[in-house]
Design a binder for this molecule. Structure first.
Ligand SMILES: Cc1cc2nc3c(=O)[nH]c(=O)nc-3n(C[C@H](O)[C@H](O)[C@H](O)COP(=O)(O)O)c2cc1C
Ligand SMILES: CCCCCCC(=O)C(=O)O
Length: 293
């Protein structure tokens, strides 16, 4: 259940001397909820109690009819985009899940559609369920099928290279989410911030690029924006807020991120998110180039 934080450019945050002006944290960013297909409340329940802009995250099941039904339900319930997860043709090798005997959560969206009662002979039960239900053959060409069953824009989540970014453009993705799934799928994937710019350059402004994973402070949002992201997604911090203090904890996490972004902007001389530029950050690559001068 990531939350997407999309800084707006409508509000002046700091005067030219860097002093924080009157803008409130809440007005700095638009917050969008991305609901997982594996959520423990149905997408209808979430729609009925959440009037924020909502996107629906999709993994494609072997049962395409069930996948199509879920997409239809998302569309009927006011979800504004499909976030297609592209990095999970199989479930990652999660040894801790085996050791801790992870319990399969109640997957409310597929209740009555897919059986989730699985006992694995090896690996975790969650591994077995994911691998039995998901379609590992789903590929670029199949995005045409997805487009044929929905009018919603399709964002592709889980890309890390310029080659895949170009492919995503070719198949008509409406946006790209640079993500390594929080490091949960494959060890040694690069940190997303380190490949963001490669993707941004490949996309060349044709569709928005978003950064997922590792956003923990407002400075992380600022860095992502300086490197060309239009918004960031936040996963675990929201869950930590929820675990610590319920709904208020989630609210507080989001407020903190917004406040920290505003402060970073003010201290970097940016009175508006449009003023966050590439020159506000220096990467390892920049340093190498500078050392040649
Ligand atoms: C408990 C948990 C469940 C997740 N479930 C999904 C999921 O169902 N679909 C998906 O695409 N990503 C899922 N993710 C990955 C997140 O969407 C996201 O990519 C990642 O958590 C972002 O990194 P962060 O937690 O560092 O912000 C999950 C992550 C966590 C921690
Ligand atoms: C069959 C349910 C699988 C849920 C997997 C959720 C996920 O993507 C994760 O990273 O965990």
């Amino acid at each position: 259940m990531p939350v997407m934080i999309a800084p707006t450019s409508r509000h002046k945050l700091a005067n030219p001397s860097g002093e924080i002006a009157t803008a409130r944290a809440a007005s700095t960013c638009n917050t969008i909820m991305v609901l997982s297909i594996s959520s423990t409340c149905t997408l209808e329940e979430v729609a009925s109690c959440c009037n924020a802009v909502r996107f629906f995250q999709l993994c494609v099941y072997k049962r395409r009819d069930i996948t199509a039904k879920l997409v239809q339900r998302a569309e009927n319930n006011g979800y504004k985009a499909i976030v297609l997860t592209g990095d999970s043709p199989r479930h990652g090798g999660r040894e801790a899940d085996i050791k801790n005997k992870i319990i399969i959560p109640e997957l409310k969206n597929v209740e009555g559609l897919l059986s989730t009662k699985i006992v694995a002979d090896k690996g975790s039960n969650l591994d077995a369920l994911a691998n039995q239900t998901r379609d590992p053959s789903f590929s670029w060409e199949d995005i045409g099928w997805l487009k044929s069953i929905t009018k919603l824009p399709i964002l592709i989540k889980g890309l890390l290279t310029h080659e895949d970014a170009l492919k995503a453009l070719e198949v008509g993705a409406a946006g790209i989410i640079v993500s390594n799934h929080g490091g949960r799928q494959l060890d040694y994937c690069p940190p997303t911030i380190s490949v963001l710019e490669e993707v941004v350059h490949a996309v060349g402004g044709k569709v928005p690029v978003f950064l997922d994973v590792g956003v923990r402070q407002g400075t992380d949002i600022f860095k992502a924006m300086a490197l060309g992201a239009q918004a960031v997604l936040v996963g675990r911090p929201v869950l930590y807020g929820l675990a610590a203090k319920g709904e208020n904890g989630v609210r507080r996490v989001l407020e903190m991120l917004k406040e920290e972004l505003e402060l970073t902007m003010a201290l970097s001389g940016c009175s508006n998110v449009k003023e966050i530029t590439r020159s506000h950050v220096r990467t390892k690559h920049d340093r190498q180039l500078l050392s040649l001068l």
